[in-house]
Design a protein around this ligand. Structure first.
Ligand code: ZN
Length: 154
C-alpha cells in the first residue's frame, strides 16, 4: 500500500512510465508526444533531466496553468512547485524512506519520521500549490501513457 501511494505521488515522469528503458528511447518517444503535452515535457526536462534551457517553458507553462485555474498567486504557486520538484528528496533519509539503525549504515524497517516514508521533502504548500501540482501530475501521467504507447510502436 505504501509503495502504491508512493507511485501515485511520484513526480517522476520516468517512474510513471514504469519500465526499464534506455533514456535515449524515452527521450525520443517524448519528442514525439511533446506537441501534445508541452508543459509535462518541459517540466520533465527541467526538473528530472536538469535541462536549464527548459526552465522558462516549464515556469511559463505552469504559471499559465495556475492562471487558468484562477489561483490567487499563479507566479508564486508555479515557483514553489517547480522549486520543490527540482529538489524533492527528503533530507532525513536521502530518499531511502526508512530510518537508519543508529550506529550502523543499515536501514531499519521504520519509515523515516521526516517524510513519513514517502522519501520526499515535506512541501509546506497551501491548497492552491497542491492543486496545481496535482493538475500537473495528471498531465505528466497522460504524457507518460502516450510515451508508453509510442515505445510499443502504436
Ligand atoms: Zn525521509
Amino acid at each position: 500500500m505504501e509503495l502504491l501511494t508512493h507511485a501515485q505521488q511520484s513526480s517522476n515522469l520516468q517512474e510513471a512510465i514504469g519500465e526499464e528503458l534506455a533514456d535515449v528511447d524515452v527521450i525520443r518517444a517524448a519528442g514525439m508526444v511533446g506537441q501534445k503535452f508541452p508543459l509535462a515535457l518541459a517540466v520533465w526536462r527541467f526538473t528530472e533531466l536538469r535541462d536549464r534551457s527548459s526552465m522558462r517553458a516549464a515556469f511559463d507553462g505552469l504559471a499559465a496553468m495556475a492562471t487558468r485555474m484562477r489561483l490567487t498567486d499563479p507566479i508564486h504557486c508555479a515557483s514553489v512547485v517547480l522549486q520543490w520538484m527540482c529538489d524533492s528528496t527528503c533530507s532525513g533519509c536521502n530518499g531511502t524512506r526508512f530510518d537508519h539503525i543508529p550506529g550502523t549504515p543499515n536501514l531499519s524497517d521504520k519509515p523515516c519520521v521526516v517524510c513519513q516514508g514517502t522519501g520526499k521533502r515535506p512541501t509546506g504548500w497551501g491548497d492552491q500549490a497542491r492543486d496545481l501540482y496535482e493538475r500537473l501530475l495528471d498531465e505528466q501521467r497522460a504524457a507518460a501513457a502516450a510515451i508508453k504507447r509510442k515505445l510499443k510502436g502504436d
